[in-house]
Design a protein around this ligand. Structure first.
Ligand SMILES: [Fe+2]
Ligand SMILES: [Fe+2]
Length: 133
């Protein structure tokens, strides 16, 4: 199994956000390992739920920072968060109903899901926050 490694390229230059992102990546790696080791569905489901709930908490953290510092792109950024959660909840529903959806393709999707938002929307937010914090 290939590990998803956090590196400096993913840094948004705001430590409290980077720390959340590293934690989400650790959870993603635990989930990918559990899938590749064919761990029992209840364990995989527990990890997936932990990843989603941690992501929701992280999104609230960013949204609190956006509100607190008057970030103008807040609504668009929060809307992206909602779309991401909806997409992963749909994936979870499929997994819980059929035990499917977390094969390599699903994991690739999740990895993309985590990195894409960090590299675009969170980078913009990080640049803004680094100037006001
Ligand atoms: Fe983020
Ligand atoms: Fe974000």
């Amino acid at each position: 199994m290939r590990e998803f490694v956090w590196d400096q390229l993913l840094s948004v230059e705001v430590e409290e956000i980077d720390a959340d992102h590293r934690r989400l990546i650790d959870l993603f790696n635990l989930l990918a390992r559990a899938v590749s080791e064919r761990r029992e569905p209840a364990y995989v489901a527990a990890l997936l739920e932990e990843l989603i709930v941690s992501t929701e908490a992280h999104f609230r953290h960013e949204e609190r920072l956006m509100i607190g510092h008057g970030y103008l792109e807040r609504d668009a950024h929060a809307a992206e968060h909602r779309e991401l959660i909806d997409a992963v909840r749909a994936m979870q529903k499929t997994f819980l109903a059929s035990g499917r959806g977390l094969e390599q393709k699903g994991l690739d999707y999740l990895e993309h899901w985590l990195t894409e938002h960090i590299l675009v929307a969170d980078m913009r937010l990080g640049t803004f926050l680094a100037g006001v914090l």
